[in-house]
Design a protein around this ligand. Structure first.
Ligand code: BGC
Length: 279
């Protein structure tokens, strides 16, 4: 079965992540929300982190709980060390442990370079890069404390960093965002190297243009869509489920040997589409 946009539905095996506890940051909208729901559909218990918008987070929790798994909404700002530590401590207390972290929370504060304020630069680095560092650090501590539980997973834990095609595609007018995602790539690879011997798998997903609130202006008018599609060889703007389904696979033992990799999920955006006819 396909949705009108073409994203496959109902294809997630319900027992794939049975018994695993997942924390998804920024899970009350967009890619985070779709990922939290998909993890729940795959049998995981899910903590839905959000910073603002409790009603939306509660709706996500309700949807996940309808699959017969546990879900709860935890408010925390991922860029605040105390709040991240409190969130992961609470999850261990209430859910028993953490098996999967999807470090997804992210934002844009766009400006031409010479107009960009230090506050705009700092905020995006704090949330997109430092936020992932803090959440990954706390999750990794719990993975190492618990170790591998073979009935649950071959790995002691899985960390999925939500990056972007802009970890390798420079992006004028968005230097804070592109720099944060370039940082995510090297952080992810370094953590993957450091934590693999502890049986912790660290990987990233680099979404292209996915229809979410973060890039509404890029897809909401027909003209904007036409421009955007020129950058996507597959000629389809992505849906949140396109990313969520990959996150479920990466978190599962089906992909146990995938360590330190970025999966570009972008309809070919990173294939230099301008060269299809030029060069
Ligand atoms: C950005 C979007 C953008 C997409 C492709 C994402 O990381 O958040 O605003 O549409 O990359 O350029």
């Amino acid at each position: 079965m396909s949705s009108p946009e073409g994203a496959p539905q109902g294809v997630i095996p319900a027992q794939l992540l049975k018994g695993q506890k997942a924390l998804v940051t920024g899970a009350n909208s967009g890619i985070g929300k779709a990922t939290a729901v998909a993890l729940g559909r795959a049998g995981a218990d899910v903590v839905v982190n959000y910073v603002a918008g409790p009603e939306e987070a509660d709706k996500v929790v309700e949807e996940i709980a309808s699959f017969g798994v546990r879900a709860a909404a935890y408010q925390a700002d991922v860029s605040d060390e105390g709040q991240v530590v409190a969130m992961t401590d609470r999850m261990v207390e209430e859910f028993g442990t953490i098996d999967i972290l999807v470090a997804n929370a992210g934002m844009q504060r766009d400006a031409a370079f010479t107009e960009m304020t230090l506050a705009q630069w700092q905020k995006v680095i704090d949330v997109n890069l430092t936020g992932q560092f803090l959440c990954a650090r706390e999750a990794a501590k719990e993975f190492m404390r618990r170790g591998v539980v073979p009935e649950v997973s071959r790995a002691a834990g899985k960390i999925i960093c939500m990056s972007s095609v802009h970890q390798i595609i420079p992006w004028a007018g968005h230097v804070n965002y592109a720099a944060s995602k370039g940082g995510v790539q090297m952080m992810m690879e370094t953590l993957a190297q450091e934590l693999a011997p502890k049986k912790i798998r660290v990987n990233a997903i680099a979404p292209g243009a996915i229809k979410t609130p973060i890039n509404r202006s890029a897809w909401e008018t027909p003209d904007a869509q036409t421009d955007l599609l020129k950058l996507i060889p597959y000629e389809r703007i992505g849906e949140p489920d396109d990313i969520a389904h990959v996150a479920v696979g990466l978190a599962s033992d089906l992909m146990d040997y995938v360590v330190g990799t970025t999966l570009y999920v972008d309809g070919g955006m990173t294939l230099f589409p301008g060269f299809a006819t030029g060069g």
